[in-house]
Design a protein around this ligand. Structure first.
Ligand SMILES: Cc1cc2nc3c(=O)[nH]c(=O)nc-3n(C[C@H](O)[C@H](O)[C@H](O)COP(=O)(O)O)c2cc1C
Length: 210
């Protein structure tokens, strides 16, 4: 049985990225019966920015940490580590991830829990998981497209995943929302991509168990 952590970050009631996470989670659950879904809505409960107190505690030895200061960070990190697959629905904001997603990342990149220090530098401790980014944005930011070099969202998430030892990252994006007449078509394309991705990930999950 797999555990899926669903993260949503758009504040909009007509959010496209939330539609993408809806579709992904439904498809994944249908393909992987018994999947446990953990929901984390970063708009309903925005993670705070880290503080000086947070930093000193998170880098202290485990038996010297003030657990009250790290309570939320530990809860978010537990959720992250409990999941085999982490699905992040998000808009592109100013070429990158929205601030609530960045704040969540800062809470779950934890020394001794999701990364450690080895002889040759940082080692990821969260390997074996998959991260799926489901993105909505206006511009043409795919590889080879005009704004491709300014896509600091997908590249950033791949680098971040690498820090944690996660090598499997995927992204599906709906683009050009401002072309309202073509939006249904763009969404259908993304839904089809999600369906194909879920089939691929479900296939590899079955192969890994067999
Ligand atoms: C503050 C802000 C910044 C944005 N920055 C970008 C951007 O850099 N590139 C882009 O293509 N779209 C940008 N957009 C457009 C959103 O990514 C787009 O409206 C998207 O559909 C929002 O996702 P949602 O429908 O899930 O809320 C921005 C929108 C807002 C509100």
């Amino acid at each position: 049985m797999s555990t899926l952590l669903r993260i949503d970050s758009s504040p909009r009631s007509n959010s496209i990225s939330r539609e993408l996470t809806d579709v992904f989670v439904a498809e994944y659950a249908a393909n992987n019966p018994g999947t446990k879904v953990i929901i984390r809505d970063l708009v309903a409960t925005p993670p705070p920015f880290v503080t000086e107190e947070w930093i000193s505690n998170s880098f202290a030895p485990a038996d010297q940490q003030d657990l009250k200061v790290l309570a939320l960070s530990n809860e978010l990190t537990d959720e992250f580590l409990a999941a085999d697959i982490i699905v992040i629905g998000m808009p592109m904001y100013n070429f990158g991830v929205p601030a609530n997603v960045k704040a969540w990342i800062d809470q779950i990149v934890r020394a001794g829990r999701t990364f450690g220090f080895g002889e040759n530098g940082i080692v990821g401790l969260a390997g074996g998981r998959k991260i799926v980014s489901l993105i909505s944005r206006n511009g043409a930011f795919k590889e080879g497209e005009p704004a491709g070099p300014w896509n600091h969202q997908e590249v950033y998430l791949s680098h971040l995943a690498g820090l944690l030892g996660i090598t499997e990252t995927y992204a599906v994006a709906v683009q050009s929302r401002s072309q309202y007449d073509r939006l249904p078509e763009f969404k259908q394309e993304a839904f089809a991509e999600i369906k194909a991705l879920v089939e691929r990930l479900s296939g590899s999950a079955i192969a890994a168990v067999a």
